[in-house]
Design a protein around this ligand. Structure first.
Ligand code: ADP
Ligand code: MG
Length: 422
């Protein structure tokens, strides 16, 4: 896929009316609806400031959560959850929507920017259109939750056109949503010239660069719980990398596929053939595939379980592997130290338990000290690197969970494909 896309720096934004898709899908307190982390709002500031400073009029938009856009879809969801259809009221549905309003985001964004953020009570309704038409250069407004419109997730052309009609240029800066073909993430680009904002531009430059033109040797480090979550990632990186390291829970499916005894370790028996295919593919392509020789195993899945080092292909029946062993940690980290580019997705063990966090911590340190272009993708991997204090020494921590994975799978991303080529 082509990641070489125009950004806001490649076009004239001065004085333009701009529809800016942000990722304001902030975490909220379940009861009060209060924003519990404004990290995503803060992350959006550089692009917003860049546009406002050049006299653009910014119409920002985002989705928040998963609202039911119609009463009938609300009823359907509730019935699936086991509720009695007769007890479900429209008032209850309206209340569920009020919890997902972007109004608190507009307020917080205003505080961070130090200027008023005009809030529209709808997406393409009377209020939004009136306020958008009156918006002046240097001003910013925020539309209501895009998923309040039922056409959003269906990528309805009518909705996309109505959104596009309010502006002259579309800027995509919600990396976490670029893998979705929705009206506000891709559909609008059919009606407006479309470029990336600074956040998406950085993701494309660094991750796209690593995939299409990596500084070699290119080492991919894969881990995490399940092979089935990462089928496409393993396959795509075997096409691109010089060395592929497999640790974490998914390594045991590979160990079993090679005839090892893995005790009660995580294993997906329906993926043994897939693992064998990947082992064969590595051989065929001359890719070095490293698997854990030793494992830190325990009798129970618990934080204070006693840990013993055992060979990965001879884990006792009453034990399960919860982290890579010391010999493996050393060989994996050595491979990373010589790399030109490292892409890491998936922890090396159950890092949530301190006793089994050693492999993941050593890997985070190895990346930080490698001197390579280092990229971390995946929610848990990013959390581990942050928790362990290495985040500021990693070249790039990708912010989109699902989007980063699809990126690493080499899939076509609708929210990127729709942007103008450079
Ligand atoms: P990411 O979010 O970075 O893509 P995953 O969601 O695939 O990563 O995997 C993270 C999870 O994998 C963590 O919760 C971790 O505890 C679990 N995990 C890693 N190694 C093991 C293991 N050996 N046994 C069980 N779970 C594991
Ligand atoms: Mg995860």
């Amino acid at each position: 896929m082509n990641y070489n896309k125009k950004t806001i720096m490649d076009v004239d934004v001065a004085g333009k009316k701009i529809l800016l898709r942000c990722d304001f899908n902030v975490p909220q307190d379940k009861k009060t609806g209060a924003i519990t982390s404004d990290k995503r709002i803060v992350a959006a500031l550089p692009t917003i400031r860049y546009l406002l400073e050049r006299g653009a009029a910014v119409i920002a938009c985002s989705h928040l959560g998963k609202p039911a856009a119609t009463f009938s879809s609300y009823v359907k969801k509730q019935v699936e959850k086991g509720k009695n259809e007769a007890d479900i009221t429209e008032e209850e549905w309206r209340q569920s929507l009020r919890k997902l309003t972007l109004a608190p985001v507009a307020e917080r964004l205003g505080e961070l920017l130090g200027q008023e953020v005009i809030f529209a009570a709808d997406v393409v309704g009377e209020d939004a259109r009136t306020k958008a038409a009156a918006l002046q250069g240097g001003q910013i407004m925020l539309l209501e939750n895009t998923r309040f419109e039922k056409g959003e997730t269906k990528n309805d052309p009518e909705l996309a056109r109505a959104m596009a009609d309010m502006a002259e240029l579309y800027v995509s800066d919600a990396f976490g949503s670029v893998h979705r073909a929705h009206a506000s993430t891709a559909g609008v680009a059919a009606y407006l010239p479309a470029v990336s904002g600074l956040l998406v531009a950085r993701e494309l430059e660094i991750m796209g660069g690593a995939l299409n033109d990596p500084k070699r040797p290119f080492v991919a480090v894969l881990g995490g719980a399940k092979v089935s979550d990462k089928l496409g990632v393993i396959n795509n990186l075997l096409d691109k990398a010089d060395t592929v390291i497999i640790g974490g829970g998914m390594a045991y499916t590979f160990a079993k596929a090679q005839g090892g005894s893995i005790g009660g370790s995580l294993c997906e028996n329906d993926k043994l053939d897939y693992a064998r295919d990947m082992l064969a593919k590595a051989k065929e392509r001359g890719v070095e595939l490293l698997l854990p020789a030793d494992t830190l195993a325990a009798k129970e899945f618990s934080a204070d379980a006693e840990a013993v080092v055992v060979p990965t292909d001879a884990i006792p029946d009453d034990m399960q592997g919860l982290d890579i062993g010391p010999e493996t940690t050393e060989s994996f980290c050595t491979a990373v130290q010589g790399a030109g580019t490292v892409v890491w997705n998936g922890p090396m063990g159950v890092f949530e338990f301190e006793r089994f966090a050693g492999g993941t911590r050593a890997m985070a340190k190895a990346l930080a000290e490698s001197g390579a272009v280092t990229i971390v993708g995946g929610g848990d991997s990013a959390a581990a690197v942050e928790q362990m204090g290495y985040a500021d020494r990693i070249t790039h921590i990708s912010t989109g969970g699902g989007a980063s994975l699809e990126f690493l799978e080499g899939k076509e991303l609708p929210g990127v494909a729709c942007l103008l080529d450079k």
